[in-house]
Design a binder for this molecule. Structure first.
Ligand code: SAT
Ligand code: MN
Length: 616
């Protein structure tokens, strides 16, 4: 390795890990970098990364100290689902709904694309820990990249792991993530048509090329998520696309931790940020059974959040954090005279500036396809440390994680599920998660209101057959016995017969407080075929106490009537979908069958398709 200087080489040698050395040799040969930098946990090394990102024009400093902006290519603004594939050997069974490719041909293709991808560029080698350090949860991650932006983002979002690698004592028990932005033009990836993200489960690695958007490029985020899903499902724990938050009921001396899985644009981050509560994480959680308790950690320590509509009214905590001095990377927003602007920030916006399209955007500017270019991209983001948020939970970095007592599943659903309910037991909670659906919105291309299924909101990242994943969930709960978290479903998007939302944005708080009270057996509930729904009087009390608002019987009826016919239609959709899987577990079919019978029964008993909660 002639490209490596003595100091960097020594840093590698100090790890005493032959696997790391072999991997670096292999990828240096393939990628042919100009120079190699090994980054340890030292402040000096980390500062060097920050400086390089600016010096190499991958980030630009803004007027506010600590703030920088990074742009991805105009054509690389979201996860590339079509070109993200699981490489499998011919004997591997995988669900039809997953995007797979023959391992041998996949590797051949991507290695050819990556051949020489780092010519005249730097290779950056970083070590991180997924999950808090010195913990049973920690997994080492070795990131090789040629992007200083990727290396810098990972420093904000993940825990340092050079020491973790030292403590591995030569073992190869770590994830490998190899990324190259490929050839650049105006600092963004040029060969987008050759963008690939290939997940090699056999090799415990992900290879990613010709991209910069963090969902494609940052190995530690959605790429390591896949490797962790594979690992945990072959062991006995869970890797989930979930936030973790602490609920702090007023006047009660306790914190109750819950996790929540929601497809994108269904309220995941806004739930984790409900005023008065604390946040542990907003994206990815590992859950383990530790001494009979469900413990959870955020594998990250930062937030890569959507910036659109972050304003002082709707998201005061985030807004105040991202307009003040601290280390922060914006991506794909508008910059005018060194200041940051984005759609929905609640402020007058400039009519020109630099944005994800280039350095001379003006209002009404169109792209080659004749589409208007938004001031900031709808998927534009901010990257900050969670520790910088005023509602950061004090156990964020606790090696033992937090005790998880509730799991929330949510979707965007205008006409089927009530606003909140609790599953009858763990298995029917797994059924709720497995049958999450979300309606498309005008924010995505295509028809509005089309329902997409995403088991546990984790479908995009699944790399094991769905039946295996569901059985792992079932077993996880069984082993926890009485300590198993209670499972809840929320629906913030239910509409009434006039087509109006039945929920106000702030009502989320009541749904989680009701769930919290259920967890502590403080409120009773009404049993229905799908699960337990709240009693009117309990919600009335909570609305008064926590939001200072009178909650009417009509609102309750709109929000908690059992829409039996719509629920039956949903069961048919799920039956069709899960019939396509080879061996969906029996418990899933049993729950479906029972729900179907009971829904039909109540339609008969109460002589109606929509049954008021007061009838039960
Ligand atoms: O999925 S991404 O990595 O693109 C970001 C997110 O969690 O929303
Ligand atoms: Mn996510």
């Amino acid at each position: 390795m002639s490209q490596i200087d003595k100091i960097s080489l020594q840093k590698l040698k100090n790890l005493n890990n032959i696997h790391v050395i072999n991997i670096i040799n292999e990828y240096v040969k393939l990628l042919k970098p100009g120079k190699i930098f090994v980054i340890t946990d030292s402040n000096e090394d980390i500062e060097f990364v920050r400086k390089q990102a600016i010096e190499k024009h991958e980030e630009i400093s803004l007027k506010m100290p600590g703030h920088t902006i990074h742009y991805d290519s105009y054509y690389d603004q979201a996860r590339d689902i079509d070109n993200t594939k699981i490489l499998i050997t011919p004997d591997t069974k995988m669900s039809k709904r997953l995007n797979t490719m023959d391992r041998e041909s996949g590797l051949k293709e991507i290695l050819e694309i990556m051949d020489g991808a780092m010519k005249n560029k730097n290779m950056i080698i970083r070590f991180s820990s997924l999950g808090p350090v010195n913990s049973v949860f920690s997994i080492g991650a070795l990131q090789i990249t040629d992007s200083w932006y990727v290396a810098h983002s990972e420093d904000i979002l993940y825990r340092k792991g050079y020491e973790h690698f030292k403590n591995l004592k030569g073992s190869e028990d770590f994830f490998l993530l190899v990324h190259s932005a490929g050839e650049l033009e105006n600092n963004v990836s040029k060969n987008i048509e050759k963008r690939r993200v290939y997940i090699d489960l056999v090799g415990n690695k992900v290879l990613s090329v010709n991209n910069q958007y963090a969902g494609n490029s940052l190995g530690l985020k959605k790429l390591a998520l896949r490797l962790a899903i594979f690992k945990s499902n072959n062991e006995d724990w869970l890797t989930e696309h979930m936030f973790i938050m602490g609920i702090h009921p007023v006047g009660k001396d306790r914190i109750t931790y819950i996790t929540g899985a929601y497809p994108s644009a269904c309220g995941k981050t806004s739930t984790a940020m409900i005023p008065g509560q604390s946040i542990v994480g907003d994206d990815i959680a590992y859950l383990r059974n530790i001494n009979g308790e469900c413990r959870g950690v955020n594998i990250e320590k930062g937030v890569f959040g959507i910036i659109r509509d972050v304003n002082p009214e709707d998201d005061p905590v985030i807004y105040n954090t991202i307009i003040t001095q601290r280390e922060l990377i914006f991506s794909n927003i508008l910059i005018n005279e060194g200041k940051s602007y984005w759609t929905g920030m609640g402020k007058e916006l400039p009519k020109k500036g630099m944005n994800h399209f280039g350095d001379n955007w003006t209002e009404n500017k169109k792209d080659d396809q004749d589409n208007f270019i938004a001031l900031s991209h709808p998927n534009a983001r901010y990257t900050v440390n969670i520790g910088d948020l005023e509602n950061a939970d004090s156990h964020l970095n606790d090696p033992e994680g937090v005790k998880i007592q509730g799991i929330f599943y949510g979707g965007r659903d205008s006409d089927t599920n009530p606003c909140v309910y609790e599953s009858l037991n763990w298995d029917s909670g797994v059924f709720i998660g497995a049958t999450i659906e979300s309606e498309t919105t005008s924010a995505t291309l295509g028809k509005e209101g089309v329902r997409k299924s995403s088991p546990m909101a984790n479908m995009d990242f699944l790399v094991v057959p769905i039946n295996k994943y569901l059985l792992n969930h079932k077993k996880f709960g069984e082993k926890l016995k009485n300590n198993c978290p209670r499972i809840f479903a929320t629906n913030y998007f239910l509409k009434n017969s006039n087509g109006e939302y039945t929920n106000e944005k702030k009502d989320k708080k009541i749904w989680i407080l009701w769930a919290e009270a259920r967890i502590h057996n403080e409120v009773e509930a009404i049993k229905t075929p799908i699960g337990y729904i709240p009693k009117y009087k309990d919600l009335k009390n909570l609305f008064k106490k926590d939001l200072g608002r009178d909650y009417s019987e009509q609102e309750y009826i709109d929000q908690f009537s059992i829409r039996a016919e719509k629920l039956l239609e949903k069961l048919i959709r799920m039956e069709n979908l899960f019939n396509q899987e080879s061996d969906t577990p029996d418990f899933f079919w049993n729950i479906m069958q029972r729900q179907r019978e009971e829904l039909k029964k109540i339609i008969k008993i109460y002589n109606g398709k929509i049954i008021s909660p007061f009838m039960f």
